[in-house]
Write a protein that binds this ligand. Sequence first.
Ligand code: FAD
Length: 458
Amino acid sequence: MVDGLAAGLSAVIGDAARVLTAPAVVDRLSHDFYWYSPVLRPLLVGKMGEVVVQPVDAAEVLAVLRYARERGVAVTTRGAGTGNYGQCVPLEGGIVLDLSRMDKLEEITADGVAVCQPGVRLGALETEARKVGWELRCYPSTLVKASVGGFLGGGSGGIGSVAHGGLRDFDTVRAFEVATMEDEPRIVLHEGKAVHEILHAWGTNGVLTRIWFALTPAVEWTQMTLAFDTFEKAFWFTESVAVDPGWTKRLATVFEWPIPSFFTPVKQVVREGKALALIMIASSQVEDLRTAAEKCGAEVTFTGTFEGPRTQPLLSDYTWNHTTLWAMKADPAYTYLQCGFSPTECREQFAKLREKFGQEILFHIEFMKNGEGVVIPGAIPVVRFVSEERLNEMIDYCRAIGVFVANPHVNYLEDAGRFRADNIQLRAKEKYDPLGLLNPGKMISFRKSGESVKVATT
Ligand SMILES: Cc1cc2nc3c(=O)[nH]c(=O)nc-3n(C[C@H](O)[C@H](O)[C@H](O)COP(=O)(O)OP(=O)(O)OC[C@H]3O[C@@H](n4cnc5c(N)ncnc54)[C@H](O)[C@@H]3O)c2cc1C
């Protein structure tokens, strides 16, 4: 089967060197950071595709999809494999469509839109954009490795979201071309609101082959860390910066103690027993921010300019989902949740969670703007893993007290937080992938054509 598939795909793209079958390579390219979750780890460890194919352009993607469609073979698309829900782990074998060689940046338009292939790395795009006066509106903390297509397929937001919202907000994703898995696969342009039919659908309803991604004018940034006696003070100060449009910021993060103790490579910015705030601020406002922070009793423990993705130390490496990585390095019993607290009731919500779960949950806040323009305390709390039941109890309790949870311990879209309640991703799958061959098993409300389709509720 593998040999037949490999030979067929080699003929289809005319280059056997870009069809990979070595089991160790196929295994590696079949996995992402799913092991972050102690629940997903045992479920996904042995799952893998049969063969990896690496197209270089949209015509080759279409040829691969056509070949797979004719034979009923599953296709799982992969960018850089940094997803943390096992999004690109094939559940039904088949073909891993590795887009890392589709990495051409076509142009950055005069009005600040990057036009690119999906395999362009976000770090490379940030570097190129800064050369011509632009920068990414938002990016994940996996900036250096992650691809633009993978970010649109599986990500949501990150550094920059405090000012520009997430990927689905404010027309950041202007348009893209999508390769379909219809009877006769084709390329379809989605622009404006129609991008939401495919955005964050984990490659289950089409393959992005060309992307129009809006940028924002570049700013000279400084990374700053502030130590506060308590989490409450750190939270209050950082919130005041995050919500005030007078501060130009790219990142506003708060960690309660002992989370900063996990950041061993930058221990010089950490103060024993203290909460830490990490802010990326316009360099022109550094002294004003220092004065404001010191008035609130903070110690400024570090300032350093941001020189692009290769900056050392790159403090975003300790934020967003990277925080969890440092916690797990310190103690493998840690895991995490992805939450959105209420901007008005978060203090009560923090208190309730502390009362019920004590130090089983440690607060890590990432301020971000939502689609209505309100800055809210997003959070990726570090959680001590006791059992799946206890984790679910915590998730249920969060939801009961009004805390939004995107559950990172499931491997399907519907419960993982960004599935659209209006079902437009599902409808697109019915249209573009009626046989259910694209990343099968990840959109569980989908039923193959002719059968009934459950309407999603989240
Ligand atoms: C340490 C760590 C920190 C992280 N921090 C963040 C963060 O701050 N914010 C955030 O949003 N995420 C974060 N993530 C998750 C992940 O890194 C990002 O979402 C990243 O953008 C994924 O890009 P990728 O190229 O690695 O995608 P992959 O993991 O390869 O793919 C992600 C999903 O998109 C699909 N896909 C890939 N390419 C395409 C395409 N061309 N067309 C259609 N579907 C496609 C895949 O099938 C898969 O379902 C983090 C993960 C880790 C491990």
